[in-house]
Ligand binder design. Structure first.
Ligand code: 3PG
Ligand code: MG
Length: 400
């Protein structure tokens, strides 16, 4: 796989370099609530700009329906990127159209431009390889002669999309620093992790995490399960879960996983139950086996946090993906905070996988340096741990 260092070694002064970044940040209206992904994208962009490249960044935001939609404009991201770089980042008003050509044409050496949300173009996510190739060709054409492509959007390498996969087959393609760093960490987890190896999984659905649970169970020493998905496991053990989130069609699968796990899979012993899905609901802490009808579990309880923290303090390797409760609402944030704090306090090599958990760490005000690595990729890191091929990485291994 050719890397950013190889490209810099070739020399980039005066060349136009297309960089795919993952700038898919959480927004509240047009306010960025967590700019972790923008900050993670900086080093590669900076190295290219410092070496005199004209840097053309392409990225997506959210899931617009293949047409321009102001709610998904990258405008706030261009502003934040510029502020963090200390240089103006011009946002092209379109993806590969006249405005993109004009903004890219006007770039000075060392300048940085951002193309508008690449998912405004329906060809980006098209199932048709021909359609994607057409957009990839137009993206490549923006770089003119001697163009190059740097793949640095780790959070999106599991997507076979035009700006991630197809463009790497048209332009000379190089892995960016973020992609390399992320892959390095994940390799440590799938290789020979120091033991005990403890994984914490949360999030709402078992169905989303099924593949990773299956892949991890044989490899880990402990799998601690919180978040909405713990209720399907509790139901599989025969407990009533009231109105908690429940995937009825996954109950049998959870039964099988519990049987196969032989005690490795640890469920909450208590939960914070609420009488409504609301920040001002009435709440009570109950045993996880005793959730009354009409009540729903929205966080793991304090005894569970203690048990999980004890396991985490002994671990030598930790991977965490998915919040333990509805941490966006203060009454249901303590489980996620407690587990995150326990990971930060643990001397283990610790990896936080993914968009939501990474944002939770920062939004809850935990020290980022308590974690060995905070990944920018949720789906991407899970798919890697599942042993799936990541198209955006595989294509870089294809060579020219
Ligand atoms: C993410 O937020 O996980 C990445 O940016 C990928 O986004 P997607 O799930 O919409 O493809
Ligand atoms: Mg730590």
């Amino acid at each position: 796989m050719k890397t950013l260092d190889d490209l810099l070694g070739e020399g980039v002064a005066g060349r136009r370099v297309l960089v795919r970044a993952d700038l898919n940040v959480p927004l509240d209206g047009s306010r960025i609530t967590d700019d972790g992904r923008v900050r993670a994208a900086l080093p590669t962009i900076r190295r290219l700009a410092d070496a005199g490249a004209k840097v053309v960044v392409t990225a997506h935001l959210g899931r617009p329906k293949g047409a321009p939609d102001d709610r998904y404009s990258l405008r706030p991201v261009a502003e934040r990127l510029g502020a963090l770089l200390g240089a103006e980042v011009t946002l092209a008003g379109d993806v590969v159209g006249e405005q993109a050509r004009s903004v890219v044409g006007g770039l000075a050496d060392g300048g940085v431009a951002l193309l508008e949300n690449v998912r405004f173009d329906p060809r980006e996510t098209s199932k048709s390889a021909d359609e994607r190739a057409e957009l990839a060709g137009e993206l490549a054409a923006l770089t003119g002669q001697d163009g190059a492509f740097v793949s640095d959007g780790f959070g999106v390498v599991h997507r076979k999309q035009a700006s991630v996969y197809d463009v790497a087959r048209v332009l000379p393609a190089y892995a960016g620093g973020l992609v390399l760093a992320e892959l390095d960490v994940l390799r440590t987890l799938t290789g020979d992790p120091r033991r005990p190896y403890t994984v914490v999984l949360g999030g709402s659905k078992v169905s989303d995490k099924l593949a990773v649970i299956e892949a991890l169970l044989p490899k880990v020493d402990r799998l601690l399960v919180g978040g909405g998905m713990c209720f399907t496991f509790l139901a599989a053990q025969g407990h009533g879960v009231g109105s908690s989130l429940l995937e009825q069609d996954m109950v049998d699968t959870c039964k099988r996983l519990l049987a196969e796990a032989g005690g490795k899979l640890v469920l909450p012993v208590d939960v914070i139950a609420a009488d409504a899905f609301a920040a001002d609901a009435n709440t009570r802490t109950v045993a996880s086996t005793g959730i009354d009808d009409g009540w729903l579990g929205l966080d793991i309880g304090p005894e569970t946090v203690k048990e999980f923290a004890a396991a985490l303090s002994q671990a030598k390797t930790v991977f965490w993906n998915g919040p333990m409760g509805v941490f966006e609402m203060a009454p249901f944030a303590e489980g996620t905070r407690g587990v995150a704090q326990a990971i930060a306090d643990s001397p283990a090599f610790s990896v936080v996988g993914g968009g939501d958990s990474a944002a939770a760490v920062r939004l809850l005000g935990l020290p980022e340096d308590g974690f060995s690595h905070i990944s920018t990729g949720g789906g991407a890191s899970l798919e890697y741990l599942e042993g799936k091929e990541l198209p955006g990485v595989a294509v870089l291994n294809e060579g020219e």
